[in-house]
Design a protein around this ligand. Sequence first.
Ligand SMILES: C[S@@+](CC[C@H](N)C(=O)[O-])C[C@H]1O[C@@H](n2cnc3c(N)ncnc32)[C@H](O)[C@@H]1O
Length: 227
Amino acid sequence: MGKKKKLFRFADIKIMPCVFEPTMDDCKSKNYALKGNWRSTYFKNDNPLILELGCGKGEYSVGLGKKYPDKNYLGIDIKGARIWYGAKTVMDEKLPNIAFLRTRIDFIDAFFGPDEVDEIWLTFSDPQPQKPNKRLSSKHFVELYKKFLKPGGLIHLKTDNDLLFESTLEQIQEHGYTLLEKTWDLYGEMPESLDADTREILTIRTYYEQLFSAKGFKIKYCRFKVH
Ligand SMILES: C[S@@+](CC[C@H](N)C(=O)[O-])C[C@H]1O[C@@H](n2cnc3c(N)ncnc32)[C@H](O)[C@@H]1O
């Protein structure tokens, strides 16, 4: 992407009310004003709150948010020029149940209170081959999620990457999480136990999914509970 376009998008998300860009102080102080208050202060309802971590252009946040207007969706990524795509759709189509948070997921516990989040989607997360602790499904991150994920709250992971998928399954086993669904080839072997709505949402295709599917990688999916 050209530098000019990037700068335009950075400036544009600054004036979009659906995009939140906390400061480093917010990350460190853990006193962010919306922490524990996303429903009452921003979404103005009592509906479930679902996060998409490493959302990129936010295809899952937008796709799920349109399908389920009675749930709230928050896409989180550090890259503002990517978030812009999802945020632009939210603004253009006036979708009140979808928003974006631009921050490093490493600070995620600064932004949500206990039991505030119902579900998490990890969509084509970076596999981090050299740094297992930086994988978004590693114990390090799951411990952060536990601080705000409701007991029984689902974590969904969709990926093209064998290493990330394998290491996620290992983590689930090693730390006693509960594996609820697993397929190494989502489109070839969609689990029969899934209902029609779940099948439909699993076919939302993100930018990275399209990129890697085109190269012949099989798409993997699992969902699990961590407490
Ligand atoms: C491979 S891309 C996938 C993007 C999108 N989910 C998709 O499927 O097209 C991974 C995304 O995660 C974001 N990301 C990775 N680690 C992150 C972190 N620690 N904090 C915030 N964003 C992160 C990157 O900026 C990038 O947009």
